[in-house]
Design a protein around this ligand. Structure first.
Ligand code: NZQ
Ligand code: ZN
Length: 388
């Protein structure tokens, strides 16, 4: 296990009816706020009205940035930053899923930057001062409610870039599982895969001696496997939604990653897919993950897949290691494509091989060099091809 500084300072108000605690918390940072949300789900569910009541009760002045897209665009970030500058706003509150929260994180950074907001996505060293960020989460998936990352898309350049600095981590987040009762089945499925993928990105790692983190990771994976299908079948099952929500935060809030040399591979490969084709992030991950697993399974990695198969999927350890590994990959596919009913190929999404080379060459080199298994861009093309 490597050295690390444990620092996960987000205050979490978890559970039913916790929204009221956010106002007094935000007041510690100011009383002028930008409210950021997506395409309207929060208006349909009634959460928008509750949030406005909470702002009024606490004497907080607000302006709004609405219509943030899934795979949030740089144009939304620019618009939000302009409002913050024009209105001298002091903080940013996102109400929604990862897209709204990510957008809020970059608005908060761009509000104190004189150049173009896209500069901050390309080069995080340019992020100097960040307005305090808060979130009310409505979809268990990205973990953006408790991490410092954000992912912004520039459709003009076919780029989707993830990054972030410590100050972009929300100061406080409301995690009320009842707000996720209305998440449709396909987004619940994609979110479940996203949580699992964040966990796997650090679980499949070469750093030795991380027994504790690995067992915690397995607990998160088992939570998703147990509760994902329940949340799909019974959208208002509080226990299922609550467990998925807390798992989403802990999969990516640095707790599992601390102590590991942690470079993700599958996410950077997926981000090219959503940059080029604007697909749902979790769907791209589901299609890629089993193909990536098969591609990197070899003598040096088989033991990790045995651990995964035995501890997560309950496969008997009394077999040849490669049989266990292949069975674990098969169970992963079965879970994603049969239980969660996610499309199993890129072809089903209308994606062909026309951009594979271009996409593969755009994957960050460090992700290829320092992932679980070192890959080249040619390997990435092969992984994409296996997804057709
Ligand atoms: O836009 P609205 O109307 O709110 O509808 C959203 C959207 O259509 C809807 N939705 C959200 N909560 C709902 C709901 N519908 C009904 N009831 C609710 N309670 O769901 C759709 C998807 O929302 P979105 O925020 O896009 O989903 P998600 O949370 O999965 O975020 C995806 C984005 O986060 C990035 C992804 O790449 C993608 O851009 N990621 C962010 C990460 C991070 N910050 O650390 C890490 C991830 O790996 C990921 O890359
Ligand atoms: Zn993700």
């Amino acid at each position: 296990m490597l050295n690390f500084d444990y620092d996960i300072p987000t205050k979490v108000f978890f559970g039913k009816g916790q929204l009221g605690k956010l106002g007094p918390e935000m007041k510690k940072y100011g009383d002028r706020l930008l409210l950021v949300y997506g395409g309207g789900s929060i208006k349909r569910t009634g959460l928008y009205a509750q949030v406005l009541d909470m702002l009024r009760e606490n004497g907080i002045y607000w302006q709004e940035l609405s219509g943030v897209e899934p795979n949030p665009r740089i144009e939304s970030v620019r618009e939000g930053a302009d409002i913050c500058k024009r209105e001298s706003l002091q903080m940013v509150l996102a109400v929604g899923g990862g897209s709204s929260i990510d957008c809020a994180k970059y608005v908060a950074a761009a509000a104190n930057y004189d150049g173009d907001a896209w500069d901050l996505c390309i080069d995080k060293s340019k992020i100097k001062k960040v307005l305090p960020v808060f979130s009310v989460l409505t979809l268990a998936a990205t973990g953006s409610e408790m991490d410092c990352g954000g992912v912004i898309t520039n459709l003009a350049t076919y780029e989707k870039i993830g990054g972030g600095v410590a100050d972009q981590r929300p100061k406080a987040s409301v995690l009320d599982p009842t707000y996720t009762f209305t998440v449709p089945a396909n987004q619940t499925a994609a979110g479940t895969v996203d949580i699992m993928s964040h966990t796997m990105e650090t679980y499949f790692n070469r750093t030795p001696g991380t027994y504790f983190q690995d067992r915690m990771a397995e607990a998160i994976l088992k939570t998703c496997i147990h509760y994902g299908p329940i949340a799909i079948q019974q959208p208002d099952n509080y226990e299922a939604r609550a467990n998925l929500m807390w798992a989403s935060s802990w999969a990516i809030n640095d707790f599992l990653a601390d102590g590991k040399a942690n470079v993700w591979t599958v996410h950077p490969i997926e981000h090219e897919l959503s940059a080029f084709y604007d697909i749902t992030h979790g769907v791209g991950l589901a299609i890629l993950t089993p193909r990536w697993m098969k591609y990197v399974l070899r003598d040096e990695t088989v033991q990790k897949f045995v651990e995964y198969g035995v501890n997560v999927w309950g496969i008997s350890p009394d077999q040849d290691p490669f049989s266990i590994a292949n069975e674990a990959i098969r169970k992963t596919e079965q879970f994603f494509f049969e239980e969660l009913k996610i499309p199993s190929t890129l072809t089903q999404l209308g994606i062909g091989n026309e951009n594979f080379e271009r996409m593969a060459k755009k994957v960050r080199q460090v992700a290829l060099d320092d992932g679980f298994v070192k890959l080249t861009w040619e390997d990435v093309v092969e992984i994409y091809k296996a997804c057709l």
